[in-house]
Design a protein around this ligand. Structure first.
Ligand SMILES: [Zn+2]
Length: 100
């Protein structure tokens, strides 16, 4: 019974995997999840595009804007990679640890 797997299942998996990954990355960048899900499913090379895409707005735990140059940096980066200015940690709110 297990000897034959429908080809449509393989197509489904090939489409589903990049679709889900693309959707997750779109969510992290505050972008349109269903659209990117579909685009990445149909055109997996677009995964690279969404990977390097800038977020549209701040996403808690993922990306935030530098307080100095307004460029997007990773949420937990203490120093902006664009202008090397130190980030204010107060906005993270919960679980504030005072690590120097
Ligand atoms: Zn900066």
């Amino acid at each position: 019974m297990l000897g034959y797997v429908k080809p449509v299942f393989f197509v489904f998996m090939i489409v589903l995997v990049p679709g889900v990954i693309g959707g997750c990355m779109a969510a992290n960048r505050a972008r349109n999840v269903p659209v990117w899900c579909l685009l990445c499913a149909l055109l997996p090379p677009l995964l690279l595009f969404i990977y390097f895409a800038k977020p549209l707005r701040e996403v808690e735990g993922k990306f935030r804007q530098c307080s100095n140059c307004r460029k997007f940096i990773k949420w937990h980066e203490p120093v902006c990679k664009h202008c090397n200015s130190r980030q204010i940690e107060s906005r993270t709110g919960k679980g504030d640890c005072h690590a120097n």
